[in-house]
Design a protein around this ligand. Structure first.
Ligand SMILES: [Zn+2]
Length: 380
C-alpha cells in the first residue's frame, strides 16, 4: 500500500517553516522547542501517545510511539530537529519547486523526521512486532545531548534507524570526532627587543607543522573499508596581542576524525605525546591541551546486524537502494551506539545538500523514505 505524498509534503513544509537553529551554534538560534510543540499538536490530532522529554533548559526531545505485539522488543527511529545556522533566513522557506522542498533543515533532517512520522501515523490497524518509537532529538549538530538523553533513559532499544540524508542507501559505519584546543604560552616583550620575550606564535608554528606530519602518518595506517583513514585538521588559530608586542599566547583548534574502533582518549594521547616532545630539550615550548574535548565517538559498525538486513531488504524493495556504505559526518548514532544499540543511518536526500545555502530535498526521496521506514517498522 503506498501512502499519498500530500500529507508528507505538508508536514515537511510545516517543519521547515519553523526556524530551529541550534542555539549553541548561533546565539540567534531559536532552538527546537517550537518544533516539539508543533509535534505535540500533530500527535494530539492523530491520537498518538507522546512524551516531551526535557533535556536541558527549554530544550526537549519529542517522542511518540505505536505499541508492538512483543512487549519487550523496541525499535527507535530518530531524526534531529535542530539545524545549523544560515547566513540569511530564507523567506521562501518550505517552498515547493520542481519536485523539491527548499529551506534550511529540509534535507538535514526534517525530511527524515517527516517521513518517520507519516510512516508511524499511517500504520492504521497493522500492529508491528516491536514497539516503534519515533524520536525527534535536539542538539545533533553540536554535542548530541538529545540522543545521549534517549540512550541513557530507562527505555532500552533493540535497534535504531537514524535519519540523515543518505540517498536511501544504508550507512552502516561512519566517522566520529574529537575536537579540542591547544595553547602555547609565550612571554610578551616589545618587538624592538624580541630576545626578551618568547614568541608563542613561532612555538605554535612548529607544533602545527608537527601535527600536519602526524596527519600524514594517519593516512598511512590501515584504512577502514567503508570510511577510509583517520584524519586530523588544525581548523582554527588565534594568537598575538597587537602589532608591536611579542605574542604571549597562541591557540589552535584540532579536529581529529576517528574511524570505527578508535577511541577519543587514544587520539588525544597521541597528540599529547607530540606536545610532550616539544616541551623537552631545545624546543622548551610551554604548550598544553585545553580539555575537556568535544567527544563524538565513532559508532560500532552495524554491517552484520539484524536491523541492517531488515532495512536493506526494505530499501531494495521500495527504491532499489540499500547498498552498505560508510560516511564521514557524524550522527546521533554515536551516542546510541555507546550503550550498545545497533544503528543504521538511512534517510532521504543527498548529504551534499546538508549545511548549504539553498538546501533542498527531492519529494520523491521523501515519499520513498516513508514506505521504506514503514516496511522496517512492520518487518523488524
Ligand atoms: Zn547536519
Amino acid at each position: 500500500m503506498s501512502i499519498p505524498p500530500d500529507q508528507t509534503i505538508k508536514l515537511l513544509q510545516d517543519l521547515v517553516k519553523i526556524e530551529s537553529i541550534n542555539p549553541s551554534l548561533s546565539p540567534k538560534g531559536s532552538g527546537e522547542q517550537a518544533v516539539a510543540e508543533f509535534l505535540e499538536r500533530f500527535c494530539k490530532e492523530r491520537n498518538l501517545p507522546y512524551e516531551i522529554q526535557e533535556v536541558t533548559d527549554g530544550r526537549s526531545n519529542f517522542l511518540t510511539w505505536v505499541p508492538g505485539q512483543e512487549p519487550n522488543k523496541r525499535i527507535l527511529f530518530i531524526a534531529h530537529m535542530d539545524t545549523v545556522p544560515i547566513d540569511k533566513w530564507e523567506t521562501d522557506s518550505g517552498e515547493q519547486k520542481a519536485g523539491r522542498i527548499y529551506g534550511r533543515g529540509s534535507c538535514d533532517t526534517k525530511g527524515s523526521l517527516a517521513a518517520m512520522l507519516i510512516a508511524l501515523s499511517t500504520l492504521g490497524d497493522r500492529q508491528p512486532n516491536a514497539t516503534v518509537v519515533v524520536a525527534a532529538s535536539i542538539d545533533e549538530e553540536y554535542r548530541k545531548i538529545g540522543a545521549r538523553a534517549i540512550a541513557q533513559s530507562r527505555t532500552s532499544y533493540d535497534a535504531a534507524v537514524v535519519g540523515e540524508p543518505s540517498r536511501l542507501e544504508l550507512i552502516v559505519a561512519h566517522m566520529g570526532s574529537v575536537r579540542w584546543q591547544i595553547e602555547v604560552e609565550g612571554v610578551p616583550a616589545h618587538t624592538s627587543r624580541p630576545h626578551l620575550g618568547v614568541n608563542a606564535i613561532t612555538g605554535m608554528a612548529k607544533i602545527v607543522l608537527a601535527l600536519d606530519e602526524y596527519h600524514r602518518t594517519l593516512l598511512s595506517r590501515p584504512q577502514h573499508p567503508l570510511v577510509g583513514s583517520p584524519l586530523l585538521t588544525v581548523s582554527l588559530i588565534e594568537g598575538g596581542l597587537e602589532l608591536t608586542t611579542v605574542p604571549p599566547a597562541c591557540r589552535i583548534w584540532v579536529d581529529r576524525r576517528l574511524i570505527p574502533g578508535e577511541r577519543p582518549q587514544d587520539a588525544i594521547q597521541e597528540v599529547e605525546d607530540i606536545l610532550e616532545s616539544f616541551r623537552q630539550g631545545d624546543h622548551n615550548i610551554k604548550v598544553r591541551s585545553l580539555l575537556p574535548a568535544l567527544e563524538d565517538p565513532p559508532p560500532a559498525s552495524s554491517e552484520s546486524s539484524k536491523i541492517a538486513a531488515v532495512a536493506a531488504a526494505a530499501c531494495v524493495d521500495v527504491a532499489g537502494t540499500g547498498k552498505y556504505i560508510g560516511a564521514r559526518g557524524g550522527s546521533d548514532a554515536s551516542q546510541l551506539s555507546l550503550v550498545g544499540i545497533p544503528c543504521i543511518v538511512l534517510g532521504p536526500g543527498s548529504p551534499e545538500q546538508a549545511h548549504t545555502n539553498g538546501e533542498f530535498i527531492e519529494i520523491e526521496q521523501v515519499a520513498k523514505a516513508v514506505e521504506i521506514y514503514q516496511k522496517i517498522m512492520l518487518t523488524y
